[in-house]
Design a binder for this molecule. Structure first.
Ligand SMILES: Nc1ncnc2c1ncn2[C@@H]1O[C@H](COP(=O)(O)OP(=O)(O)O)[C@@H](O)[C@H]1O
Ligand SMILES: [Mg+2]
Length: 263
């Protein structure tokens, strides 16, 4: 097997001086789908933001190597040009910017040479279909008046057009109805290739019913406490997060990142 495209070691990160990530270790090889599951407040979105270099989060310890290069200290756009992509849990609206114009500048920002208008339009047409959005969406303003499901589809559309080597989806499935979850999952299945690694961050197991993860990681208290196969997600579904918290020494109502468990 090839070396993992993403290698995270002992990653600690804080927001406003408050430690959130407390020693994350994670490897994601190309060609694999990894799921990161955890209860609310366990640090999932923080991990995604830290991976993309969000300025509100301070890395206090550890390393994030992408394609062998340390990315801590790199600006978000530099990470994107290297091949990292993040779909946000809460996509923002940009009034006055048509989706197609936004996507074209996003595509050009990660390429050496600008894509030709013709090639872009063809790609856009194919990928709109892939994510189940009507062709008219290209002319609509980015996320303005989009339903929750349409916003998430627009994120996947961006992913399809950018062709990153690592795609991080932060709860792209939450807020979607069952058809929306299936469309996102099917798009992931179609985009899956030996050239891309997926990191699907999710609270629920339902997206995993449509796209089978190779590895499931449980994030608790800002650490990956357990990794396994698909059966780990099924186990979670069966016993719930409270049981897993107890197993790792957290009281069930404790805010996940407030206190380290007693050992
Ligand atoms: N920008 C921020 N400012 C203050 N606290 C934050 C910020 N981002 C995350 N946190 C805190 O970090 C913890 C983990 O949050 P988050 O990473 O969003 O968890 P998850 O995505 O697993 O639900 C929570 O206690 C949250 O309140
Ligand atoms: Mg989150």
């Amino acid at each position: 097997m090839s070396d993992p495209i993403l290698v995270i070691r002992d990653l600690h990160a804080s927001v406003d001086g408050k430690p959130i990530l407390r020693g994350v270790d994670l490897d994601i090889p190309k060609g694999e789908v990894h799921a990161i599951m955890g209860p609310n407040g366990s640090g999932k979105s923080t991990l995604a933001s830290v991976l993309m270099g969000h300025p509100s989060y301070e890395v206090t310890e550890g390393t994030i190597k992408f394609k062998g290069q340390e990315v801590i200290g790199m600006a978000p756009d530099e990470r994107a040009r290297l091949g990292m992509f993040l779909a946000f849990q809460y996509p923002t609206e940009i009034p006055g910017v048509p989706l197609s114009a936004f996507l074209r500048s996003a595509v050009n920002s990660v390429r050496e040479e600008d894509i030709s208008p013709r090639e872009f339009i063809q790609q856009l047409r194919t990928d709109l279909e892939l994510v189940g959005l009507d062709q008219s969406f290209g002319r609509r303003n980015l996320n303005e008046g989009f339903s929750g499901g349409e916003k998430k589809r627009a994120e996947i559309l961006q992913l399809a057009l950018l062709k990153p080597e690592l795609a991080i989806l932060d709860e792209t499935d939450s807020g979607l109805d069952i058809d929306g979850v299936r469309i996102v999952a099917e798009a992931v299945n179609r985009l899956k290739s030996p050239e891309i690694g997926f990191c699907i961050i999710t609270h629920y197991t339902r997206i995993l019913n449509f796209t089978s993860p190779d590895v499931v990681h449980i994030l608790l208290g800002g650490r990956v406490v357990k990794s396994g196969g698909r059966e780990l997600a099924d186990h979670l579904e069966e016993v719930g997060y409270d049981a897993v918290k107890k197993e790792f020494g957290y009281t069930s109502d404790e805010a996940e990142v407030e206190e380290a468990p007693q050992s």
